[in-house]
Design a protein around this ligand. Structure first.
Ligand code: AHR
Length: 494
């Protein structure tokens, strides 16, 4: 029998602006993410601007990325920012102890990153080092990049060629402090956080800092409880959450050659984001009913085994239609919880984990995930239209998931509805009740392919790209469309 789904606007539910920062990205010094990815150096034969690939700059600008988190990840708690400023030839090296153990020359440092963020029109999000750094080191970093009044750090910045401060607003106060950041207990970290955040000030800038506490791993609700309970509201603007999608953490499986069971398990893991946000938010609501502190999902995405023959520490993986499904459902979840989730960062931008861009020498390709984020960018800073979705089930032998997920928003009179059907075999007939939508006429784009394992390769970089989706009919007050198996459809009113 044909599976059916009905979708309508939920007029009872509260609505708010979907913060554009939900569409943020994360670029760590990891594998070929920065070096031999984003940054090829000024002397490269690959066209670049101050060492950053021009094709990547263009692709990220087209994507309207609102923010970029750097330099880690686990790397952040080993990074000493002063080693990455001043004449490049004089910079000391650093061994990337978490990721591959290679020696980096620090040629991509604070100026390079902040100039890149400016070029992209993205807010920089700097992750500070608590694990192996000092209070002075982090407070000096704030003074260096944001200092207005004369102080040794702003003088040093000027000497290094940057007269005006960059006004960096978003600051991570450590990363994964329960693990690679120092294996701390939440109670110990909360105290340390209080100390560090006290000495991070906005150094006379009008824009106040937005300080983000290292957050829970997946369902560690106790961690969130302690952050919210032990850190005074005046010292914390956001608390993080990290949750990746995978079929089995111990045996992650191939990024391309995965089975139906692995696909199902990955979808289950991705959809769990909804439950995680609800439960972490419920704890936050207890201490912060006015929702002043944001939940920042600053690491999310699919995580598989590295591509065969590549360095296991470099986390290079291909990106298939499975990843398009992860992106589609996760962004729908974030949109719906945008009252509390006000920033998120996909891990990671180029050549690492669920990347939006892959490179090989001078070649570059855009992954299916890129195309999903590109269609969804219409939701950035738009007014959420909460939805009621009646979805058919997608089941394996023992478990059942909802096949259809979606979210909708309105900005400048344009309504955007993004729908995902994760069912790997069955199409779903969707009927959108337009009664409570201002707009009645829509065009649509679709991301789909013949096989769930399909991906863009360097030989066929455009196998998966968004296509016009003409198969929509208006019947009275309803819009009827058939969502093919594993597809993302984004409708735009005209
Ligand atoms: O994104 C890769 C790694 O995953 C990050 O360095 C770390 O924060 C997380 O465990």
């Amino acid at each position: 029998a044909q599976l059916k789904s009905t979708i309508s606007a939920n007029k009872e539910a509260k609505s708010q602006i979907i913060n554009k920062n939900i569409y943020g990205h994360f670029a760590e010094h990891l594998g070929r993410g920065i070096y031999d990815g984003i940054f090829v150096g000024e002397n490269s034969t690959i066209p670049n601007t101050k060492g950053v690939r021009n094709d990547i700059i263009k692709a990220l600008k087209d994507l309207s990325i609102p923010n970029l988190r750097w330099p880690g990840g686990c790397f952040a708690d080993t990074y000493h920012w002063k080693d990455g400023i001043g004449p490049k030839k004089e910079r000391p090296t650093i061994v990337n102890r978490w990721w591959g153990g290679n020696t980096e020359d620090n040629s991509f440092g604070t100026h390079d990153f902040l100039d890149l963020a400016k070029e992209l029109g993205a807010e920089p999000y700097l992750a500070g080092n608590l694990g192996s750094g000092e209070v002075k080191e982090l407070s000096d970093w704030v003074a260096y990049v944001n200092g207005v009044t004369k102080n040794p750090m702003s003088d040093l910045r000027k000497k290094n060629g940057q007269d005006k401060p960059w006004n960096v607003k978003y600051w991570g106060v450590g990363n994964e402090m329960w693990g690679c950041g120092g294996n701390m207990t939440p109670e110990f970290y909360a105290n340390l956080y209080r100390q560090y955040s006290t000495f991070m000030t906005d150094w006379n800038n009008s824009d106040k800092l937005f300080r983000i506490a290292s957050g829970a791993n997946i369902d560690d609700y106790h961690w969130t409880e302690v952050m919210m309970r032990d850190i005074p509201r005046g010292l914390i603007e956001g608390v993080a959450l990290h949750s990746y999608s995978f079929s089995n953490w111990e045996k992650k499986g191939d990024a391309v050659d995965f089975s139906e069971d692995e696909y199902f398990a990955t979808m289950k893991s991705a959809l769990r984001m909804d439950e995680l946000i609800q439960k972490h938010s419920a704890i936050m609501d207890k201490y912060d009913p006015e929702k002043k502190t944001a939940l920042i999902v600053d690491e999310w995405g699919g995580w598989y085994e590295v591509e065969k023959g590549t360095n296991p520490g470099f986390l290079y993986q291909q990106n298939t239609m499975r990843d398009a499904m992860i992106a589609g459902v996760t962004l729908n979840i974030f949109n719906q919880h945008s009252d509390r989730v006000r920033m998120a960062n996909l891990a990671q931008t180029v050549n690492v984990l669920q990347a939006v861009i892959l490179t090989k020498g001078e070649k570059m390709l855009l992954t299916p995930t890129y195309h999903v984020m590109n269609l969804y960018k219409a939701h950035q800073d738009a007014q959420l239209i909460p939805l009621n979705i009646d979805s058919p089930n997608y089941s394996n032998k023992t478990e059942t998931l909802k096949a259809v997920s979606g979210s909708a928003s309105e900005k400048n009179g344009v309504t955007t509805i993004s729908l995902v059907n994760i069912d790997s075999k069955n199409s779903v007939e969707a009927s959108i009740d337009l009664k409570d939508f201002k707009s009645k006429n829509f065009t649509a784009k679709i991301i789909s392919s013949n096989k769930i394992n399909d991906h863009n390769s360097f030989d066929k970089p455009e196998l998966i790209v968004p296509k016009d989706f003409k198969n929509i009919k208006k019947e009275k007050d309803a819009l009827k469309l058939t969502l093919p198996p594993f597809s993302v459809v984004v409708l735009t009113s005209n």
